[in-house]
Design a protein around this ligand. Structure first.
Ligand code: AP5
Ligand code: MG
Length: 221
């Protein structure tokens, strides 16, 4: 089962993607996590990526496609994978289709989590993540998963931090970039008959979305 997580910044791609991966017993791969890890290298490439992420801009297609292709081919994709945040441009989507075709694979579900902009901004400024990159648990000070102890990860006990791009100004830029570059993918995957759309309102629980999606997956079999 190959699932692509679409949806604006802060829509819940990471939160829902990680939960689905556990339920389905497959890997969850976040493009943002892949790129953030590269910024830790003291290299020119790391600096270039850091500048894009912190400025809320996309990594240039050519670079993103090269990094992701190298990453994806290393996984055993027979059981499947959840790709969270990749592709996010039409060029990346077409490149991925070609790559999968060569591997005799295809995208089974393109999941779009639809959330109103104002709720997204509020969720993002209140998001905290575990500083331990091997854990990376996602929390929120206001919605959904609130940490049991202030500033500490429930799962591994490390400190919680705020992402450098999680401020209102950058989020507004990221939302604009999403509309221009990633929203067209909804039409692209809808035409292929694989789009799965879920609306996430203020009172929609994370459990609800996971549950609805698991039913959708069972119905596909
Ligand atoms: P990335 O890390 O993917 O950021 P993003 O797309 O902006 O998405 P986020 O991770 O911010 O949000 P999310 O949808 O995962 O939401 P989450 O589950 O955390 O990418 C970062 C950057 O990397 C990009 O800006 C770009 O520079 C670069 N990049 C990445 N991929 C690229 C690509 N393919 N090409 C080029 N550049 C690329 O949830 C958000 C919050 O809400 C959390 O606090 C969570 O607890 C809470 N929450 C979630 N769901 C619910 C719910 N149902 N109810 C209550 N609370 C909820
Ligand atoms: Mg994420």
């Amino acid at each position: 089962m190959i699932i692509i997580m679409l949806g604006a910044p802060g829509a819940g791609k990471g939160t829902i993607g990680k939960r689905l991966a556990v339920q389905l017993g497959i890997t969850h791969l976040s493009s943002g996590d892949v790129f953030r890890a590269l910024t830790k290298d003291n290299t020119k490439l790391g600096e270039e990526i850091k500048e894009c992420i912190n400025g809320g801009k996309l990594i240039p297609d050519k670079l993103a496609m090269q990094i992701f292709e190298d990453k994806i081919v290393k996984y055993n994709l027979e059981k499947g994978i959840i790709l969270d945040g990749y592709p996010r441009t039409l060029m990346q989507a077409k490149h991925l289709d070609k790559l999968f075709k060569n591997m005799e694979l295809k995208v089974d579900i393109a999941m779009n989590i639809d959330v109103e902009d104002q709720l997204i901004i509020d969720r993002i400024v209140n998001r905290r993540i575990c500083s331990n990159s091997r854990c990376g648990e996602i929390y929120n000070l206001k919605y959904g998963k609130i940490p049991k102890v202030d500033g500490i990860c429930d799962k591994c006990g490390e400190n919680l931090i705020q992402r450098a791009d999680d401020n209102e100004i950058t989020v507004r830029d990221r939302l604009k970039i999403y509309d221009e570059n990633t929203r067209p993918l909804l039409k692209y995957y809808n035409k292929r008959g694989v789009l799965w759309n879920v609306h996430s309102a203020e009172d929609t629980s994370i459990d609800d979305i996971v549950h609805q999606t698991m039913i959708h997956i069972e119905d596909m079999d």
